[in-house]
Design a protein around this ligand. Sequence first.
Ligand SMILES: C[S@@+](CC[C@H](N)C(=O)[O-])C[C@H]1O[C@@H](n2cnc3c(N)ncnc32)[C@H](O)[C@@H]1O
Length: 309
Amino acid sequence: MSFSHNPVMLETSINNLNIIKDGTYVDCTFGRGGHSKNILERIGKNGKLIAIDKDNEAEDFAKENFNDDSRFIFEKNNFSNIVNIVEKHNGKNKVNGILLDLGVSSPQLDNPERGFSFMKEGPLDMRMDTSSKMTALLWLKEADLKDISRVLKIYGEEKYSYRIARAIKKSIEKDSLQTTIDLSKVISECYPKSISSKINPATRSFQAIRIYINKELQELEKILDDCLQIIEIGGRLVVISFHSLEDRIVKNFINKHSLGKEVISKLPITNLSQNLNLKKIKVPLKASDNEIDENIRSRSAKIRVAEKI
Ligand SMILES: C[S@@+](CC[C@H](N)C(=O)[O-])C[C@H]1O[C@@H](n2cnc3c(N)ncnc32)[C@H](O)[C@@H]1O
């Protein structure tokens, strides 16, 4: 079965990479290559694109559809290994732009076998990298109640985190938790009947477990720091995120490296002496209404851009 992905904020993100023809770019989240394809259309014959994804199916797709292009290199890896990956393919040379389109792809979400969706029956998997050992079910079995509750609260901002964690543990003891739909039912039953909400009660917990088992926020924090080492001066970092925890990390990172501490007048502290290394580039934070009408995934997307100085 094949599942497609409609790239989010495509024009805004690639325009803001400020592509130069002979430049080297890194697409850290290849998915089904929507952004990669657009970068390849804009670089010249001496340009280079290094694409990364930790998903086996993304790798297969890249091999089948992009391998004829000699300017394209694919690495199945965690993007937090970007420094080594760039060194392998670009030596000590820096890159001219880095793109991150975070979260899961539509093919991951739409294929029930991957276990990301609470709407479709499938194994409780949720691994982006299926060669890693820790599935969602294995973690729920191994973790204790407090850990599960903490993950649901921190990564899902779930108000009934403790109640849900307790119900999950009970269901595991009875051996009745195997599939996404089993988990979705356990979560729904923890919500008071009087609460009616537009979003499915399982949304937050599924998001939290997925973020936790794929180490999504740790990966993001590491790559942001590493980007500073490998982007050329004038090169751009473009990040599209899909929930507030990710966006906060990106926003704080850019602020930290572009604003510095408040400079007190009359003291000899200048922006230069504060070692600032990014300039914040102002772009419309969210997708246009037209794009949201055409691609519902773009509804929660936020984009942030910074330039190395
Ligand atoms: C939103 S999709 C990207 C879609 C892509 N821009 C496109 O147009 O098809 C995110 C992709 O990033 C991958 N991914 C997420 N976190 C990753 C990480 N830490 N390391 C490598 N790949 C990651 C996922 O497997 C997924 O395929």
